[in-house]
Write a protein that binds this ligand. Structure first.
Ligand SMILES: NC(=O)c1ccc[n+]([C@@H]2O[C@H](COP(=O)([O-])OP(=O)(O)OC[C@H]3O[C@@H](n4cnc5c(N)ncnc54)[C@H](OP(=O)(O)O)[C@@H]3O)[C@@H](O)[C@H]2O)c1
Length: 205
């Protein structure tokens, strides 16, 4: 599998890219700045490229830019991404004195990303904190949702390589509304218990 991580220079994208390289996946780290991409990619034994070059000729694009840049980035790369499936990992969070809040938006970033792209969008990995991925596969399961069966199979294959547990199909892309909120829950748990929370789904065969 060939994977481009757009925004792969960030905490989450680089940790994900490193775990994928370890798992034998051909990874391109993308950045707005080709030199920064190359520099970060070199630290994990991957290739680096400007985002618009990184997304060409891969099987799956992971959109891992800062969450408020996800929609404009998807729009700007739509031509270069073409029909290639995209995995959205973004969550909109609001940091307050009372804790971390999910977005007030009714529709998920992933669903809004889908409207901007020609190929299928999946969403997932929202329960994996960058810190949990930084030194090895994240503990627990990974949830992935999407409407396109082939794209979701690819995203699940990727997810299975970066967690100690299972990659689980959480249903249609509309499930992203709940999954994106899970990031806020995980961040609140980590703050409250000073840990690295993950999810483990029980009761499945
Ligand atoms: N951090 C976590 O624990 C975690 C967990 C689950 C999901 N996520 C999701 O993963 C994504 C990345 O999170 P992160 O913490 O790694 O974010 P980040 O470090 O703040 O940003 C990631 C990358 O986004 C790019 N970027 C920043 N501003 C941009 C802009 N205006 N336009 C285009 N690209 C821009 C930067 O790459 P260049 O400057 O090199 O282009 C940066 O390295 C987010 O959507 C987040 O919701 C994060």
């Amino acid at each position: 599998m060939k994977v481009a991580v757009v925004g792969g220079t960030g905490d989450f994208g680089l940790a994900l890219a490193e775990r994928l390289v370890e798992a034998g996946v051909d990874v391109v780290v993308g950045s707005r700045d080709a030199a920064r991409a190359a520099e970060k990619a070199e630290t994990i034994g991957a290739r680096g490229a400007a985002n618009e070059d990184a997304v060409r000729g891969v099987d799956l694009v992971v959109l891992a830019v800062k969450s408020d840049a996800a929609l404009p980035t998807a729009e700007g790369l739509a031509g270069a991404i073409g029909d290639t499936p995209v995995l959205s990992v973004a969550s909109e969070l609001r940091f307050t004195k009372q804790g971390v809040f999910p977005t007030d938006e009714a529709r998920s970033i992933a669903e809004r990303t889908q409207e901007l792209l020609h190929g299928p969008v999946c969403a997932g990995l929202h329960s994996l904190a960058a810190a949990s991925l930084a030194h090895g596969p994240a503990e627990g399961d990974a949830l992935v949702c999407g409407d396109d069966a082939d794209a979701k199979a690819l995203a699940l294959e990727l997810a299975a390589r970066v967690v100690t547990g299972r990659a689980l199909d959480a249903g249609p892309l509309a499930s992203a509304r709940a999954l994106e909120g899970v990031t806020a829950v995980i961040v609140n748990l980590n703050k409250r218990y000073k840990g690295h929370a993950g999810l483990h789904v029980t009761g499945l065969p």
